[in-house]
Design a protein around this ligand. Structure first.
Ligand code: FES
Length: 261
């Protein structure tokens, strides 16, 4: 594994095309993009052009629409949980506001877990962790996956998924099945499992997949500063030593991750 910083990525000015609340603290933010197309599982650093914070916030791509005309402008959509000054700034943006985007960054699902697939797969998202899983669903052939979404309460971000493929669980029982999403998943039914969410969920899922010999791929979350492998502030401990979430991940094989939780 290379320890040198990853290649410098493009930072481009972009224009916000929409920002709306999905729940009290979850927002969908859309903007123009004329750089390289991202793959599902990659992320960008986002920073409003007028900002009181120094660093961009890392957000997974929820959806990418390529350019459809000579303008060369595609559209990126992100979902974000507003939980600090930087993310509340992003949540408050309006159409026409300017943003700086750096990316696409990190290793995609397909870079870590290449196709072909030999059977159906399970996509498992917990909370805001549904975002990279929904992006992956858009890259998979219809009918080849089941989507498991776990939420504390009201679900969000699942509009683009085929309803028949969705198993939803909420801890308060307000929608879908009452309970935790792993209560309703049997990994052995699938040839591969992909997941993103809170670390205890990922750890429990990794253990079950290992016990049932089902390959499992997870997208990890860490605080990020540079996003390009230079600051070493996003360490993920693995069986192969410390790795940088921003360039060696965020997608890892579950069996190699040493979990904190
Ligand atoms: S090394 Fe700086 S954010 Fe990963």
């Amino acid at each position: 594994m290379s320890r040198c910083p990853g290649p410098l990525k493009q930072t481009l000015p972009c224009t916000v095309t929409g920002c709306r609340a999905l729940t009290e603290e979850i927002f969908s933010l859309a903007c123009t993009w004329q750089g390289p197309p991202p793959r599902a599982g990659q992320f960008f650093l986002l920073k409003p052009q007028r900002s009181s914070v120094f660093l961009g916030r890392p957000l997974s791509v929820a959806h990418y629409t390529p350019p459809s005309d000579q303008s060369g402008l595609g559209q990126l959509t992100f979902s974000l949980a507003a939980r600090g000054e930087g993310t509340w700034e992003l949540a408050g943006l309006k159409s026409g506001d300017l943003l700086e985007l750096t990316g696409p960054l990190g290793r995609s699902w397909s870079a870590v877990a290449p196709e072909p697939l030999e059977g159906p797969v399970a996509l498992v998202g917990g909370g805001i962790g549904v975002v990279p899983c929904v992006a992956l669903a858009a890259e998979l052939p219809p009918g080849t996956f089941d989507f498991y979404g776990g939420f504390k309460s009201r679900p969000f971000g699942l509009e683009t998924l085929p309803p028949k493929a969705c198993i939803i669980a909420t801890e308060d029982g307000s929608q879908g099945r009452r309970g935790r999403i792993l209560d309703f998943l049997e990994p052995a039914r699938y040839c591969r499992v992909y997941a993103c969410g809170p670390e205890p969920l990922l750890k429990a899922l990794a253990q079950r997949c290992a016990a049932q010999k089902v390959p499992c791929f997870i997208s990890m979350e860490r605080p990020m500063a540079c996003g390009v492998g230079a600051c070493l502030g996003c360490t993920v401990q693995t069986t192969g030593g410390n790795r940088r979430c921003c360039v060696d991940g965020p997608v890892f094989r579950a069996e190699e991750v040493l979990f904190y939780a």
